[in-house]
Design a protein around this ligand. Sequence first.
Ligand code: ZN
Length: 320
Amino acid sequence: MSLEKLPALEPPFVEVLPINTGFVDLAESYILENGREDTVYVSTVLTYLIKHEPTKSLTAFDLGLSKDHLKPCHGRYAKDCEAIQDWNPQTSMQSTLAYQLKYVYGYDKIDQIILSHYHWDHCGDISDFKGVKLYTGPNVRGVQKKVCIDHQPHTEFFGPELPLGTEFEEINFTTPSPWIKKIGPFDTALDFFKDGSIEGHLMALCKTKQRWILLAADAVQSELNYVDKDKWLRKGKWQGMFADLDEKLSDKIVEQIHTFYHQYKDTYVYPAHIGVRKYTKTKAKLERGGGRKHFGYKVRCAIYSKNLKHKELQLCAKIQ
Ligand SMILES: [Zn+2]
């Protein structure tokens, strides 16, 4: 893999604020090839607030968990949505991004939203952000049609991610533009603010005053995929399906993240899901789906996101 230099850390910068919207259980067998099915990591569901310093505009990168992720799971979606219980989502009104932005961080409004991908644990509650411009990666409309209109069986897409009729713009990486470039180990990046700070599809590469930070969302399922200095670890399977649609591309991206993290100086990777606790699932629970209820969740979630701000994330992002 060619090691192209990252652009110099010169203004304009963005600031990145991680906000945790709750927890999901991720089986080791989903995170890693050859991982154990009964070893479960209770993991964060992080969103990121990106503050563009020159304009002070605020961008939410992902919306995280919804306060009621099963609410739209009625009628034709109900059966598919049962699968969501496999991830044992732990969420509450107080853990939503909208609530925390207002009551924990004191922001009245945000200017735009970018969704890393069309998954129920990243699309949150779009209804809390009426009138805010929404961007997605390419072909989300195609996925939405497949799931919500053609009712094809889910492949980890369930239907309640974004209500039909939600307006959004798909970020386009294929129409030639001076704002699309190769950067570091990544083939295609779009300079989202069109001023030298770069955002890309699915992942966001943020130029902060201190360092480049890659918001990797689910491009890695966990820090376990890339912290080993000598080799990156490929993702695992869920219900017999590989964690990503395109296995080769998945491997390539995990490798790029590994390269970005280890072969460049002082770079951080912030994934959406960071394992904070590990437990073993009993056989009965494995068959039934769902997992432990995490005691004291509601309170801890709000406190947790504050504490996570830097210490935990840096630990997780830079374990070597
Ligand atoms: Zn996720």
